[in-house]
Ligand binder design. Structure first.
Ligand code: SAH
Length: 399
């Protein structure tokens, strides 16, 4: 059996059930494991720690599948893990056709993301997967079979066009894994709002499933307000604002394709297109321009892309977050609400709050945090794995 033996005292994180084994923690590898092969991980004194998948090209040299010595890693293992994850969503996630079924480490399947879209207007559903580590890559067939059997959905599409695969020595790849090719767009219903999802060409798996609860929250606070939604993508928060009774919604994104779907979404919901303005533009510049023009808003959403993809980029990202939040505060009327987010894993919630506080100070406003925000219950956070917390947000009100 292929075995990894750790250096003395390097077993602590595994004992605490953190699933990653870094290359610098390894003293010795016995056998000749292929990428994705299952290895036994032992402490320096020979104690069993975990069964893990081997990843020879990554600094994360192995990822734990199980800490239970009696649990083999086989087809039945993947069936159990997938069924457990799906059962959790069935009880916890309500009123939506867009669900994260598998959230990597938190579901005991490191490196795997699966989103599930159910169509609103026809009997049709689509599973979309991202395989981001050698372990889940090696067990792809077993995982796909387990997904089909747990959900009854025959259509599985792969969106493993993510740069992180390079670190694993894997090519980027997309394509049909089972069933029919995806529809050009699928219309799904999330909490009473219809969204077009382009599984093939959209961002990530086609839709930002993680913002569901936050979109509902925006709808709850939008009545009678003028809204600005920056980095709107296909208009998720804009539609929520329209649904909630906003009088005017200005939305900004630099992707023409995303804005085309956003407009189609207004129509699909029967909302008043006159209330929605879509600006195909750079959000940084647009925020300044709107301020200079004297435009002001009652509710602003800032949900930018990941500004800090790595630890090295945190400083520059912090300046970018501060810049947009400063503009956001300046554009708010007294009593106005700011929904502000960061999806950079490298910026933790404490740092994000500091950045936002700095922006409020520079804007010379008193900003009060009404609520701390995050991803929905289908993106659980494993206590042993704080790295899983990538999306953080704040709902603030200025005096
Ligand atoms: N809030 C959205 C998701 C936002 S994703 C939702 O709930 O669905 C981030 C978006 O920012 C993408 O659509 C991307 O096209 C856009 N974007 C990236 N850089 C930008 C920039 N400089 N100006 C405007 N939009 C930008």
């Amino acid at each position: 059996m292929n075995t990894i033996t750790l250096k003395p005292a390097k077993d602590r994180s595994l004992v605490r059930r953190h699933p990653w084994i870094y290359a610098n923690a390894i003293a010795r590898i016995d056998g000749d494991p292929a990428p994705g092969a299952t290895v036994i991980v032992r402490a320096a004194d020979g104690r069993f720690l975990a069964r893990a998948s081997y990843s020879p090209h990554s600094q994360i040299r192995a990822r734990a599948w199980t800490f239970d010595e009696s649990e083999p890693v086989d087809h039945a293992f993947f069936k159990r893990r997938v069924q457990r994850a799906v059962a959790h969503r069935q009880t916890m996630v309500k009123d939506t056709g867009a669900t994260r079924l598998i959230f990597g480490e938190a579901d005991g399947l490191p490196g795997l993301i699966v989103d599930y879209y159910v169509a609103d207007d026809e009997p049709h559903a689509q599973l979309v997967c991202q395989f981001m580590a050698t372990g889940v890559e090696a067990w792809k067939d077993a995982i796909v079979q387990a997904l089909i059997s747990a959900t009854g959905c025959p259509n599985v599409y792969e969106r493993s066009d993510v740069s992180i695969r390079q670190k694993e020595g894997l090519e980027q790849i997309t394509g049909v894994l089972a069933g029919d090719a995806p529809r050009d767009t699928l219309i799904t219903n999330e909490c009473g709002v219809r969204h077009h999802v382009d599984v093939r060409n959209g961002h990530k798996t086609g839709f930002y499933v993680d913002q569901r609860d936050n979109r509902v929250l925006v709808a709850q606070h939008a009545q009678g307000r003028e809204v600005l939604n920056c980095f709107c993508y296909t208009g998720g928060f804009s539609l929520a604002a329209l649904k909630g009774g906003a009088t005017r919604v200005v939305s900004v994104d630099s992707s023409g394709e995303a804005l085309a779907l956003a407009r189609a979404n207004v129509e699909a919901n029967g909302f008043d297109a006159q209330k929605a303005e879509w600006l195909d533009a750079d959000a940084f510049k647009t925020l300044r321009r709107l301020y200079d023009e004297g435009q002001r808003f009652d509710l602003i959403v800032l949900d930018p892309p990941k500004f800090a993809p790595s630890k090295e980029t945190v400083d520059r990202a912090a300046r970018a977050y501060k810049d947009i939040n400063l503009s956001g505060f300046k554009l708010l009327r007294p009593g106005g609400l700011l929904f502000t987010y960061s999806c950079s894993g490298a910026i933790d919630s404490e740092l994000f709050q500091k950045i936002v506080a700095g922006a409020a100070a520079d804007a010379r406003v008193d900003a009060r945090i009404l609520k701390r925000l995050g991803a929905g219950v289908d993106h659980p956070l494993l206590t042993a794995f704080p790295e899983g917390e990538y999306l953080k947000g704040l709902l603030l009100q200025i005096a």
